[in-house]
Design a protein around this ligand. Structure first.
Ligand SMILES: *[C@@H]1O[C@H](CO)[C@@H](O)[C@H](O)[C@H]1NC(C)=O
Ligand SMILES: *[C@@H]1O[C@H](CO)[C@@H](O)[C@H](O)[C@H]1NC(C)=O
Ligand SMILES: *[C@@H]1O[C@H](CO)[C@@H](O)[C@H](O)[C@H]1NC(C)=O
Ligand SMILES: *[C@@H]1O[C@H](CO)[C@@H](O)[C@H](O)[C@H]1NC(C)=O
Ligand SMILES: *[C@@H]1O[C@H](CO)[C@@H](O)[C@H](O)[C@H]1NC(C)=O
Ligand SMILES: *[C@@H]1O[C@H](CO)[C@@H](O)[C@H](O)[C@H]1NC(C)=O
Ligand SMILES: *[C@@H]1O[C@H](CO)[C@@H](O)[C@H](O)[C@H]1NC(C)=O
Ligand SMILES: *[C@@H]1O[C@H](CO)[C@@H](O)[C@H](O)[C@H]1NC(C)=O
Ligand SMILES: *[C@@H]1O[C@H](CO)[C@@H](O)[C@H](O)[C@H]1NC(C)=O
Ligand SMILES: *[C@@H]1O[C@H](CO)[C@@H](O)[C@H](O)[C@H]1NC(C)=O
Ligand SMILES: *[C@@H]1O[C@H](CO)[C@@H](O)[C@H](O)[C@H]1NC(C)=O
Ligand SMILES: *[C@@H]1O[C@H](CO)[C@@H](O)[C@H](O)[C@H]1NC(C)=O
Length: 565
């Protein structure tokens, strides 16, 4: 991406050095701008400076070349503009740079702008433009367009597929977050040797990935996720050997993750093929992608063991293999070399045996999810080496010895989310205060473990706790009065246990029940990984409902009535 960024910077530099075309003070330039203004129904603060009596080069958002020449730039991003874009803008024959992004402009994009003989950068992203773009006229002279950003609008219909041979300087197209249909665009690959970035994600493109993309020899970024693409990734695409970012998640793609092809893309930093139907093994050759930082292969049909070579991708930061049929031992991979690893998600696979010690060398890990596998054994005390670990899920993975687990985890001071449901089956929950630490834990789940014992005293020290799920165990005894001291607790599920006795009045004193707008202060930042509890998925603390579930226990009925009454 860096060389692409450089190209854009150079381009902006060039824009400031161009020679005069027409005088800015000419009535035609001014007239075109005023017609554009007239097309807007809400004009932000523009009319204050855009007065016909003044030199239009001094108007807000307008730049001219050097000494009062032609209008070369119209930069009106985030001005609160509404209404339509007048085709009169295309009459500014020296206009190089048009930026109307982040407004609320509606209607169509005038075709004159797309086929302009002067515009180099056209950015109308983040508006409410709609309709189709039509085809580009083939009769026009060459178009200098380099950057087209029409993302986050409401465009529909097919993407123009003809006459791109007039646009030889094209560098980047961002058409993401629209509703384009038909075949994914690629015609410009043939005629634009400098083409480097194509983003068409979040549209309704269908059919297969065009083989023509392989002719985009300069392509660095290809993003086409969240469409309806099908078939395999054509061999030709791997001719685009400069690709750094290959992102095709959530389509209907299938086929093998081909090892011989993938090593042709030595510059790959990001691979995202999640949410498709790729099958077969993860190839050994992946270890040759030395620049790889993110590997997202989640929710596919991959099988077999992890290739040992993964450990040689030492730049990896994110490895997401959730929801496949991967199996075998994790020990295959020597994680000690992957010191940049921040997120490792292995949820819902069939990995077996112990967690390899080498994982505990990845001291930059912030999120580790091992849930829904078939691991065995106990966690090593070396997990305390993971000083940045904030999210840990061990749920549903045949872990044993809850006492040991809690003791080894108490050194993980940064933990905020600790998910351990469906493990430790039939064990007794320790209740002494030698279990400590966990000062920052906000979400704790230990449901479905058939645990016996009382609600343990050490829980009373988890003062950051917001979400606590101990449902579906065999806990006995009563609810202790210290429950009200958990000041931030707003999701408490104790259902389906053997708890008994009176409900303490302290329950009524829980801050969540005392305050009406308790949830207003909740953090709405996304978790490192989505939290799954039961059949629900939560992305932020804000997504959790307020819950106090005491059902299916053995509480005395009178006390329930007192609580409600
Ligand atoms: C553009 O300029 C031409 C010639 O001056 C004029 O006839 C035409 O109406 C203008 N177009 C728009 C959309 O203002
Ligand atoms: C348009 O303006 C916005 C806001 O200033 C900016 O983020 C964006 O990069 C600009 N577009 C181009 C192509 O320079
Ligand atoms: C539109 O895309 C171009 C090219 O990628 C980029 O330079 C520009 O910043 C984008 N505009 C916004 C508002 O993000
Ligand atoms: C395209 O635009 C979207 C916003 O609409 C942005 O999130 C995305 O990063 C852009 N793509 C590229 C390759 O810059
Ligand atoms: C997705 O593509 C398939 C063919 O590949 C087509 O049958 C189906 O109608 C498309 N679905 C949508 C929602 O466009
Ligand atoms: C592109 O890839 C195809 C299939 O892999 C191959 O046959 C062809 O020779 C390649 N073309 C170029 C120009 O490299
Ligand atoms: C998943 O892969 C296996 C082979 O590994 C294959 O037999 C099965 O049909 C695939 N399932 C789907 C839904 O593609
Ligand atoms: C794993 O890698 C580390 C660091 O490179 C090395 O010291 C260790 O011997 C390796 N372990 C195995 C089992 O290969
Ligand atoms: C861990 O991350 C920090 C910054 O987040 C970085 O400076 C450091 O180099 C990383 N450590 C390793 C071993 O990669
Ligand atoms: C538990 O893990 C197994 C795979 O080991 C999976 O099939 C099952 O759906 C998981 N159950 C829950 C409740 O997540
Ligand atoms: C889990 O592993 C044990 C042996 O370690 C095996 O007996 C059991 O069948 C495995 N369960 C699943 C669901 O793979
Ligand atoms: C569980 O862990 C504790 C503390 O580490 C240890 O004393 C005990 O022997 C372990 N129990 C079993 C069954 O492994």
């Amino acid at each position: 991406m860096s060389s692409f960024g450089l190209a854009i910077a150079l381009l902006l530099l060039l824009l400031s050095l161009t020679s005069p075309v027409l005088s800015c003070t000419s009535s035609q330039e001014k007239g075109s701008l005023l017609r554009f203004l007239a097309g807007l129904s809400r004009r932000g603060g523009l009319p204050a400076s855009w007065r016909s009596s003044t030199d239009c080069c001094s108007w807000e958002g307008i730049a001219s070349d050097g000494d009062g020449g032609a209008v070369v730039e119209v930069s009106l991003a985030s001005r609160g503009l509404e209404g339509r874009i007048s085709p009169a803008l295309a009459n500014l024959t020296g206009l190089l740079h048009l930026n109307l992004s982040h407004n609320s402009i509606t209607g169509r994009l005038p075709p004159e702008l797309l086929s302009s003989g002067s515009i180099v950068v056209l950015d109308v992203s983040f508006n409410s433009l709609g309709g189709g773009l039509g085809e580009l006229p083939s009769s026009t002279p060459d178009r200098p367009l380099q950057v087209l950003n029409i993302s986050s609008n409401m465009f529909t219909g097919m993407f123009p597929s003809t006459a791109w041979e007039k646009t030889r300087s094209l560098v980047a197209i961002n058409a993401s977050y629209n509703s384009f249909t038909g075949e994914m665009p690629s015609s410009f690959c043939i005629s634009s040797p400098s083409f480097a970035s194509l983003d068409v994600c979040n549209n309704k493109f269908s059919g297969s990935i065009p083989t023509r993309l392989g002719k985009c020899f300069g392509l660095q970024v290809l993003r086409a996720g969240q469409n309806n693409l099908s078939g395999t990734i054509p061999d030709e695409v791997f001719n685009a050997s400069l690709l750094e970012h290959l992102s095709l998640p959530n389509n209907g793609l299938e086929g093998k993750f081909d090892g011989e092809n993938v090593i042709k893309l030595q510059n790959l930093a990001v691979i995202d093929l999640g949410g498709n139907q790729f099958s077969g093994k993860i190839p050994d050759s992946i270890g040759q992608l030395k620049r790889l930082q993110e590997l997202h292969l989640d929710c596919n049909n991959l099988s077999g063991e992890l290739p040992a070579s993964l450990g040689t991708c030492t730049d990896l930061k994110i490895v997401n293999l959730k929801g496949n049929n991967l199996n075998g031992q994790l020990r295959q991979v020597n994680f000690s070399t992957m010191l940049n690893l921040q997120v490792l998600d292995l949820m819902l696979n069939s990995f077996t045996e112990e967690i390899p010690e080498s994982i505990y060398s990845c001291s930059n890990l912030t999120a580790l999810r091992l849930s829904s596998n078939n691991f065995s054994g106990q966690l090593s005390p070396r997990i305390g080496n993971l000083k940045s670990l904030s999210f840990l899920s061990l749920a549903n993975s045949s872990f044993a010895n809850i006492t040991n687990t809690l003791h080894v985890l108490k050194n993980s001071r940064k933990l905020t989310t600790l998910l351990m449901a469906n493990n430790f089956i039939g064990e007794r929950i320790p209740d002494d205060l030698t279990v400590d630490g966990f000062d920052n834990v906000q979400i704790l789940t230990l449901d479905g473990c058939s645990l016996s014992g009382n609600l343990p005293l050490w829980l009373s020290k988890l003062t950051s706790l917001k979400i606590l799920d101990l449902s579906n165990n065999q806990l006995t005894g009563s609810i202790p009065a210290w429950i009200k001291n958990l000041n931030f607790l707003y999701y408490l599920d104790l259902s389906n246990n053997n708890l008994s006795g009176e409900l303490p009045t302290a329950l009524m004193e829980m801050p969540v029940l005392q305050s009406e707008n308790f949830q207003d202060n909740l953090d709405n930042r996304a978790f490192e990984l989505t939290v799954y509890i039961g059949s629900f998925a939560y992305r932020t603390l804000y997504n959790f409902p307020t819950v106090l579930n005491l059902g299916r226990n053995k509480f005395r009925v009178q006390s329930l009535q007192r609580l409600v009454g």
